[in-house]
Design a protein around this ligand. Structure first.
Ligand code: KG4
Ligand code: ZN
Length: 331
């Protein structure tokens, strides 16, 4: 099956995202309500608030996507929704809405793994590599390396033992007095910073493991922040050094994964892949090591529904059908 118009919904965390794709991955609508404000006073995501926000927004966001695409609900021929992993209350809102929508129109629905979405966010783009490829997904909830094989089966090669890279940015950003999520602001501050002034540790440097660890970085950052009052230039230098260490840590293991598997294609994704230094360093790595690097647009690095739609379209084309009783899984 290759649906003419597919509706995709992503509510696994704090973004209420809806997209409509054409059968050839054409993006007809791509709307997101980012719940930054309601969570801001708490310095992080409050699951209860997130699910209530999704509940209040989802119908309106679907309506907004339909009008952006100039379509009516009855034009939609298939539905895709993130059903794992994520905050259970948030996932349930998206999945129940999607199932109701599909049920009412008697059209097929597919549940998509959030990471599969991140890995396939670039599908249909001219420079997106053919599988097999190695995926590096770094976000607020994940920092991991994956093998996407020729059949698009995804295996985890290594993941973080503790914090995710984005989580480390957000927690350290909080110590710096930045609002949540801090990654983008750290990226901005770092633009005018000297990356060599503050040194941050890179954990698990050994070539024996494809795992990450970012908790030591967090402690090192806290100790530096407690030791001195950081002025404006100090903060810029601090952020520059911090993102340099994170980018080096992420890419060292990605390079190792490519070497071990002999796969010379690396796809990045997740919110941290929007980081300008990581993007530049990944391009450099590609040139130096002869790897084909794929970077989604910044908009499609962070959570979005286009990536869920693309993963689902691939599955539909491969003949997959989903029953209405697919589960919702937090992890
Ligand atoms: O993929 P995403 O939108 O949501 C999760 O699945 O977690 O990623 C959000 C994470 C946050 O931790 C945020 O601070 C980080 O991505 N982030 C960045 C940048 N933009 C977002 N980190 C570094 N540099 C950026 N430009
Ligand atoms: Zn994500």
């Amino acid at each position: 099956m290759n649906p003419k118009y597919l509706l995709a919904i992503e509510t696994s965390c704090d973004d209420c995202a809806v997209a409509i794709l054409g059968h050839d991955n054409q993006i007809l609508a791509d709307v997101i309500y980012s719940q930054i404000d309601p969570h801001a006073p708490f310095g992080g995501i409050v699951p209860e608030i997130a699910s209530r926000q999704h509940l209040g927004r989802i119908a309106g966001m679907v309506q907004k996507a339909l009008s952006e695409a100039n379509l009516k609900a009855k034009d939609i021929e298939a539905v895709a929704v993130t059903n794992r992993p994520g905050l259970i209350g948030s996932l349930l809102v998206g999945v129940q809405f999607a199932k109701g929508f599909a049920q009412a129109l008697q059209i097929p629905i597919i549940g998509v793994h959030h990471i599969e979405g991140h890995l396939l966010a670039g599908l249909g783009e001219p420079d997106f590599p053919e599988a097999p490829f190695i995926g590096l997904i770094a976000s607020g909830g994940h920092s991991a390396l994956y093998l996407c094989d020729a059949d698009h089966q995804i295996t985890t090669l290594g993941q973080t033992r503790d914090d995710a890279a984005g989580e480390a940015f957000d927690k350290i950003g909080r110590l710096l007095g930045l609002s949540y999520p801090a990654g983008k602001e750290i990226d901005r501050l770092a633009q005018t910073g000297d990356a060599d002034r503050f040194e941050f540790p890179i954990a698990l440097r050994s070539r024996d493991t494809l795992e990450y660890s970012f908790s030591g970085l967090k402690t090192a950052a806290r100790l530096k922040i407690e030791k001195q009052v950081l002025g404006e230039q100090d903060r810029a230098d601090f952020c520059a050094g911090l993102q340099k260490a994170v980018a080096a840590a992420l890419l060292a293991k990605a390079q190792l994964a490519c070497e071990r598997t002999q796969i010379k294609k690396l796809v990045l994704g997740g919110g941290v892949a929007a980081n300008s230094l990581l993007r530049a360093a990944a391009e450099e790595l590609g040139l130096r090591e002869g790897l084909k690097i794929y970077l989604p647009s910044k908009k499609h690095c962070v959570d979005n529904a286009v990536m869920i739609g693309k993963a689902a379209l691939r599955r539909f084309r491969a003949g997959e059908r989903a029953a209405f009783d697919f589960p919702v899984e937090a992890s």
